[in-house]
Design a protein around this ligand. Structure first.
Ligand code: PA5
Length: 438
């Protein structure tokens, strides 16, 4: 079962019985709902198939200006407002240094560490700076606080020119950030009403930072478009996203409550984080959901690897694999052979990495861990675009199969409200009294 671009398979089908055919009619019903509903934020389903050339050009124009005038872009955002951009950036720019077509892109507002924001601001000295603040609601505390700091920094440093160097990505119909942008004449990009945070990476939320980092956003969108075409298929037989969704659902029903996404390319670590957020926020509610956890192999084979192989049988593994990685290195010959590694001479690191992937998958599979492999051809813009769309579609199907709403995050709102309440001055005083009494 495969499409041209992505294949999903269970590597130890002979050990694990996973019959997904029974989900065919439910999947078809959910598919119909997903593709026709007007009441839910499903704009991302159709967006890659729509003509957005004007918007893309305006993003590229601003990205080119930023690249010309700045050494660094500070992206301020949290959750769906930053993880997608960081995922694509880390997967596609060189491990050390910046992309030849881009500049440095760094992130703020995704934590409340005083040390982080202090050192980030200090690191801007001697660099020309632009800021892109991203928040759909416009009122999330972490990015709002970081933006307060960075806005003052930009105003002190650039005076009137700061207005030109601050770009706001938000809901243009409501919200504090929208009010601030209007009042101060900041340039804006819109987060569409019908696309939620974690589904927004292919809107200006992700596309502007990704373009500034030097990545070809047109190719990224071409990949997403191809995915939107191929994954428009309602048949479970032919739709890889639905196949992955039903396999994981069936494993969940069989008692596997944890899914570990893993890969052997360290640049995918941030993509894992984005996957974790997408599935965690979309599916983990109403006392249901598969716990999404992530691993970076080989590194984590020497830590969590022990647990995977021999601990409680609660998890299944999903291996994300690209069969071609653009860069590689050949193991050198060494006549001394003191390390006894000459049997590997003239083989490439990627080849050895791939064999290591097959070896660990075989070990885990034989240990009784269900192992799913999601394989794409090449680690590039096109296939990352494809993968982004694939997981959004799979995640939505999976959440619906679990009979939860994929598009809300009431648990996250609960924490935001609690923090706000605790930080309210009066409450802080009350809290101190309580603490003193104890
Ligand atoms: O996926 C989501 O909706 C969330 O993760 C949000 O992106 C996150 O909470 C940030 O929200 P906002 O963009 O409103 O600041």
């Amino acid at each position: 079962m495969s499409t041209q671009n992505l294949q999903t398979k269970i590597l130890n089908e002979e050990l694990i019985e996973v019959d997904i055919s029974k989900y065919a009619s439910t999947v078809a019903k959910i598919h119909h709902h997903l593709h026709t509903t007007k009441d839910e934020p499903t704009g991302w389903v159709h967006a890659p198939l729509e003509d957005n050339s004007e918007l893309i050009q305006s993003i590229l124009d601003v990205a080119n200006e930023v690249k010309l005038k700045a050494d660094v872009l500070v992206v301020v955002g949290i959750g769906g407002s930053y993880l997608g951009a960081k995922a694509i950036q880390d997967a596609l720019i060189p491990y050390f240094g910046t992309h030849e077509n881009g500049i440095e892109v760094i992130y703020a507002g995704q934590n409340l560490s005083g040390a982080y924001i202090h050192q980030l601001v200090k690191s801007l000295t001697n660099k020309e700076v632009y800021v892109n603040v991203i928040s759909k609601s416009g009122s999330t505390m972490e990015p709002a606080l970081a933006f307060r700091v960075l806005r003052q920094y930009m105003e002190e440093r650039y005076g009137d020119e700061a207005v030109q160097r601050i770009i706001v990505t938000t809901d243009l119909e409501k919200g504090l950030l929208n009010d601030i942008a209007e009042k101060h004449n900041y340039r804006t990009f819109e987060i569409p009403q019908n696309i939620g945070g974690r589904f927004s990476v292919l809107t200006p939320v992700g596309l502007l930072p990704i373009a500034v980092a030097g990545i070809d956003i047109k190719e990224l969108l071409n990949g997403a478009k191809q995915a939107a075409i191929e994954l428009k298929e309602e048949s479970l037989e032919k739709n890889e996203a639905y196949r992955y969704a039903t396999i994981r659902h069936e494993l969940y029903i069989q008692g596997y409550k944890v899914e570990m996404l893993a890969s052997f390319e360290p640049g995918l670590a941030s993509f894992h984080e984005r996957w974790k957020q997408l599935f965690g926020e979309s599916e983990g509610k109403d006392k249901k959901g598969i716990l999404p956890v992530t691993s970076n192999f080989s590194t984590d084979l020497h830590s969590i690897g022990q647990f995977i192989q021999e601990a409680s049988p609660i998890l299944f593994e999903t291996l994300l694999h690209f069969s071609e990685i653009n860069d590689d290195y050949i193991v050198p010959d060494d006549v001394r052979n003191e390390d006894l590694l000459n049997y590997l001479k003239n083989r490439s690191f990627n080849e050895i990495n791939n064999i290591s992937k097959n070896g660990s998958a075989r070990a885990h599979a034989a240990g009784g861990v269900p192992v799913i492999q999601i394989e794409l051809k090449q680690l590039n813009e096109y296939h990352m675009g494809y993968l982004i769309y694939f997981f959004m579609k799979a995640c939505t199907m999976s959440a619906y199969l679990m009979e939860v709403n994929p598009f809300d995050q009431p648990g996250v709102e609960a924490y935001k409200n609690e923090i706000k309440e605790l930080l309210n001055e009066e409450n802080v005083v009350e809290q101190e009294k309580v603490t003193l009494k104890i």
